[in-house]
Write a protein that binds this ligand. Sequence first.
Ligand SMILES: [Zn+2]
Length: 256
Amino acid sequence: MLKKQDAIVLKSIDYGETNKIVTLFTKEDGKLAVLAKGAKKPNSRFAAVTQPFVYGSYLYFQGNGLPSLSQGEAVDSFKELQFDIVKSAYAAYITELVDKLTEERKPTFFLFDWLLLALRQINTGQDAEIIARIMDMKMLPLAGAKPELDCCACCRSETRDPVAFSVAYAGFLCRNCIHKDERAFPITLPFAKLFRVLYYVDLTKVGTISVKAETKRRLEWMIRTYYDEYVGVQLKARRFISQLDKIGGLSSDVDK
Ligand SMILES: [Zn+2]
């Protein structure tokens, strides 16, 4: 049976001498691995459409076993992502995160839209690191680790001005509860608001978010600590980004 779907390439691995196994994130069926015969050959008609981050329309044969790619047509290849090392590093981070936190053939409609929007936003020059943090935050409920950002995670009182973020309590802490977790990250009110925005923001509106480099480092550290505690995924792209950071590959990322 042939099936046609819009999809985004999450990853592509070599298989045998000439083939690739391509992990697609499809709109209707979620994550799906397909065999792209001959795609490793440079002149293959599949060479371009099996590159990471490509958004396209894919026709594949669905029989017993691994579906086999029959046709592919790129809708958007996100050229900027393919050729800019920082953008491609963050695009790789986001696609790897989606790959690690989803199961095959479990459709999540909104996730397809988020992923597409995130790649589009990075491609058009929005802050790639912030887009990655937004995806980190938005993926948390899917990973079964939704943080409490609407009230104090300890006493449950409604708090307009949380003073800390606690990994142990999985959320904000109010003034009365901050002492309950000595490892909680103290936060300012603007930081708390930013944290909430990253979680709730509509990805089409990220252009309005401007964050200082120092704040970004703090966000990354807090979110990573939270992920290590509750999600526990090791991302290759994260290691690459921190290496880039060390050699100054992100130095264009100046304070705004
Ligand atoms: Zn409290």
